[in-house]
Design a protein around this ligand. Structure first.
Ligand SMILES: [Zn+2]
Length: 216
């Protein structure tokens, strides 16, 4: 490949990475994934150009790889993860790279499997304790926590502090309006469920404790 062509890929990669960054900022994840996949053909010629021109670091931080590995698993983008894995393993410059690209993508695919188990767990057992994930699901704890953190960032789940860990709930469950009753004076009011997961000060008697939750 001529150096002018490499240079064109180098600039094209920078332009597509700007699109990825914009889409990440606006949380347009369909655009994040499509721009990330579009960036892949530019990566190798861009790295070759950097070598020729002695641009440091020789291998740049690949935003597409970071974006897909972080958001692909919790959003169940299996086809995107698989395309990234195929690309990395079939690209000599990346497959055995010291930065461990192959391992990073494989770990992301394993994280997607953990996300699937976590999702089922959230449906069948809302309010499970985060620190028990490994014990109850047999998945890697750090991988599972990363998934939960992205879900929280995207307002899919909410975490409530409990016993030096967190109870994890789907946000939608917590946004439901329910009734709470003061255990001290019996005053009753309607509020969002998550408000009642910690002690609150009764507006009438000022006693501070958990309210009883009821749906009607
Ligand atoms: Zn009260």
């Amino acid at each position: 490949m001529k150096i002018a062509e490499m240079e064109a890929h180098f600039h094209e990669l920078a332009a597509v990475e700007n699109q990825i960054a914009d889409a990440l900022r606006d949380r347009r994840f369909a655009d994040v994934f499509s721009a990330s996949l579009n960036s892949l053909p530019h990566i190798v010629p861009a790295i070759k150009y950097r070598k020729k021109r002695d641009i440091q670091p020789e291998t740049p931080t690949l935003l597409s790889l970071r974006a897909i590995c972080r958001y692909g698993p919790p959003l169940f983008e299996h086809a995107v993860l698989q395309q990234l894995l195929d690309f990395v393993t079939s690209t000599r410059m990346l497959a055995r790279h010291e930065k461990g690209y192959t391992q990073k993508v494989e770990a992301a695919i394993a994280r997607e499997e953990a996300a699937r188990l976590l999702w089922n767990q959230l449906q069948s057992n809302p309010g499970f304790l985060q620190r028990d994930i490994r014990k109850s699901l047999g998945v890697d704890q750090d991988a599972a926590v990363e998934v939960v953190e992205v879900w929280e960032e995207l307002s899919i789940v909410m975490r409530v502090q409990e016993a030096n860990s967190y109870l994890v709930y789907f946000q939608s469950h917590l946004d439901e309006h329910v009734y709470g009753t003061c255990q001290n004076c019996g005053v009753r009011g309607k509020t969002r469920k998550h408000v009642l997961f910690k002690p609150i000060k009764c507006p009438k008697c000022e006693h501070e404790d958990y309210f009883h939750i009821s749906c009607s």
